[in-house]
Write a new protein. Structure first.
Length: 289
């Protein structure tokens, strides 16, 4: 199944994923632009051949460039790809931005995928949830269970590290792509989600990436303030001559008046976020990162 060098344990897990998927009479894959769902799509294509379709949802909460990456990945895998439009940002429960906001997004998505599966005569809806996801606070997992979505990576016991390792061995270009949750995750819980705010965030992140060359960034929306967060490894990119000055100029142009820069905050199991190696602060938003 996998080219060498693949460990025996990893080989067994991948074969288990393929075995799980092969038992279904056709499947719809929830394909984002991330590595987890891309690996599921690749293995489903191997397991089911033409009895599989990848579906990507297009909405105002999708980060710029993500759809193009999903399309490119589908072409690389050779899987049929469908784009559907979802309207979660117009759902009052989603717009209110509660702590379980992701539930309303995933509920909308998975019910659409279930409809797509029924239309195609396919049995299963599959997502890219992997083992490490099960230890996080993810309201979307409840929505998945309610609609009967299966998670073959988690069922086979693959960790995030193993997912990336497998994707690399299979030649998937997204194997090392940083996670990119929806744009709504940049807006603090309790603050209303609007199309204008999402547009601002999306444009701001595109600007910051273009100017700095950084890949793993977030721009948090705090009214007229934009908080740029970047991985510790990529912080030096912002210390190059003129990068922050130009970023501040461009972000002010789209409506932000105060711009800050700091390291990305990564939640851990103890309910804190780690900044770099030594500094701990309370988590503000644990639903996505």
């Amino acid at each position: 199944m996998l080219p060498s060098p693949a460990t025996t344990d990893l080989q067994v897990k991948i074969e288990k994923v393929v075995h799980i998927i092969s038992q279904f009479d056709g499947a719809v894959i929830a394909l984002s632009a991330g590595v987890d769902s891309s690996l599921v799509a690749a293995l489903a294509r191997r397991a089911l051949g033409d009895r599989v379709v990848a579906v990507t949802a297009l909405s105002e909460s999708l980060a710029p460039g993500e759809m193009e990456i999903a399309q490119k990945t589908a072409r690389q895998i050779g899987i049929r790809h469908i784009i559907v439009t979802t309207d979660e940002v117009h759902n009052a429960s989603y717009k209110a931005n509660p702590s379980n906001r992701c539930y309303y997004c995933k509920d909308t998505l998975y019910r659409e995928l279930r409809r797509q599966a029924d239309t195609s005569g396919f049995e299963a809806v599959l997502d890219g949830t992997q083992l490490d996801d099960l230890g996080d606070t993810r309201p979307g997992l409840l929505a998945a269970r309610e609609v009967g979505v299966r998670s073959p990576l988690a069922e086979a016991g693959l960790s995030k590290k193993e997912v990336r390792q497998t994707a690399r061995l299979l030649g998937l270009e997204v194997w090392d792509k940083p996670a990119m949750p929806c744009l709504s995750s940049r807006i603090p819980h309790g603050e209303e989600i609007t199309v204008q705010k999402l547009s601002q965030v999306g444009e701001a992140e595109s600007i910051v990436k273009r100017l700095s060359g950084a890949r793993d960034i977030r721009v948090r929306h705090h009214g007229t303030a934009a908080a740029i967060e970047v991985s510790q490894e990529e912080l030096p990119l912002f210390h190059q001559d003129g990068v922050m000055k130009q970023a501040e100029k461009e972000l002010r142009r789209i409506g932000f008046t105060n711009i800050t820069l700091g390291p990305r905050k990564y939640p851990n199991k103890q309910g804190t976020v780690r900044l770099g190696q030594d500094h701990l602060l309370p988590i503000i938003d644990t639903s996505n990162h």
